[in-house]
Design a protein around this ligand. Structure first.
Ligand code: ASP
Length: 338
């Protein structure tokens, strides 16, 4: 029977296609393609026609940068009209960042883009790669979910809701503030009501130019001088502030709060995300939160740090004025917040 569905697979690097070497597992060009070609599953009638694009220099995802996000987005754009869906094979370490970045970059996306990888390389006996790849390809071909998703260990998550929460377990990713969009068992359960649809229907890749974005994590004992120096860096545009609990900061450290206020007054966009894995920022609950509202900090609500970082890159790259950026931070653009 002729296969009617077509899926494009981009192998960017990561454990999934790595080869053992004297210095540990390393990515190698062409190796993943050769290995996949030997899999009988790909000839199954329910599998789509696939094209594999092995990137010339596959990388460990610890080396990913916004330039690499562009390469992936442009690759999808170039092939967009010829395929039903896209699978991006990627290292797990920064997969949630890439998933978040692509969700914003791919404006008007109407086809599935599923990022996956594995904890054990495809060639190893107990690999988790086989299940992840086969399910990701199958979903990309037969389930037209128009989002950037992340598939791992039986769950299809919204990409910009995920974090890597287990360094070596097979269930390495969770989306703590929203159930998976689909779950795989003997049946495939899709939670249709969760699917996010963009209003725009034509694909446009919004490249990220180079705004200066950073993450600042609060911890007991953090000094006001450190925060002040950090926020004083020339041309720093936006910061994700990882605060405590519901979005709290040490109100008793007045100079630290002043440093944050000065930065906001100068036009920096500071987004408050909680260090907790689950739940939402609500800065109106405690004095330690209210003080941040008064300083000009914007709530990130239940966004992951990865999503907030990518959203700052995206909004600054669109050349919007500061007031509009602050408003859009609190608005769901791709289902990244509840
Ligand atoms: N260090 C690897 C990477 O992120 C880990 C993995 O792929 O699981 O590329």
């Amino acid at each position: 029977m002729a296969k009617t569905k077509k899926v494009y697979i981009a192998y960017t690097g990561g454990t999934i296609g790595m080869k053992p070497s004297d210095s540990g597992f390393v990515p190698q060009e062409g190796f993943l393609e050769q290995t996949l070609a030997s899999f009988p599953e790909f000839n199954h009638e329910q599998m789509p026609q696939i094209t594999i694009h092995d990137y010339a220099e596959p990388i460990d995802s610890a080396n990913m940068s916004p330039e690499d996000w562009h390469l992936i987005a442009e690759d999808i754009e170039k092939n967009y009209h010829d395929y039903d869906g896209f699978v991006v094979l990627h290292g797990t370490d920064t997969m949630a960042y890439t998933a978040s970045a692509l969700s914003f970059m791919l404006e008007g996306l109407q086809k599935p883009v599923i990022i996956t990888g594995s904890q054990i390389p495809l060639t190893q006996l107990r690999t988790d790669a086989r299940d992840n790849i086969i399910n990701a390809i199958y979903l990309a071909a037969h389930y037209p979910i128009p989002e950037v998703c992340l598939f791992f260990h039986d769950h299809l998550h919204r990409g910009n809701r995920c974090s890597k929460t287990d360094a070596d377990g097979f269930a390495a990713f969770t989306s703590p503030n929203i159930p998976p969009i689909a779950s795989i068992g003997s049946k495939i359960k899709v939670r249709e009501h969760l699917i996010f649809k963009q209003h725009r229907t034509e694909l446009n890749v919004q490249k990220f130019n180079s705004p200066k974005i950073a993450i600042l994590t609060l911890f007991p004992g953090i000094s006001a001088d450190f925060v002040s120096d950090f926020l004083d860096q020339p041309s720093l545009d936006g910061v994700v502030l990882q605060s405590y609990g519901m979005g709290n900061a040490p109100v008793s450290n007045r100079p630290l709060i002043e440093a944050i206020k000065n930065a906001c007054d100068k036009g920096m966009v500071i987004v408050n995300c909680t260090q907790c894995l689950q739940g939402s920022v609500n800065m109106n609950t405690y004095e330690t939160g209210k003080v941040l509202v008064d300083a000009g900090v914007i709530s990130g609500f239940d966004m992951t740090t990865e999503a907030a970082l990518a959203k700052l890159y995206y909004l600054f790259s669109r050349g919007l004025d500061i007031q509009t950026i602050r408003e859009k931070i609190t608005t769901s653009l791709r289902g990244e917040l509840s």
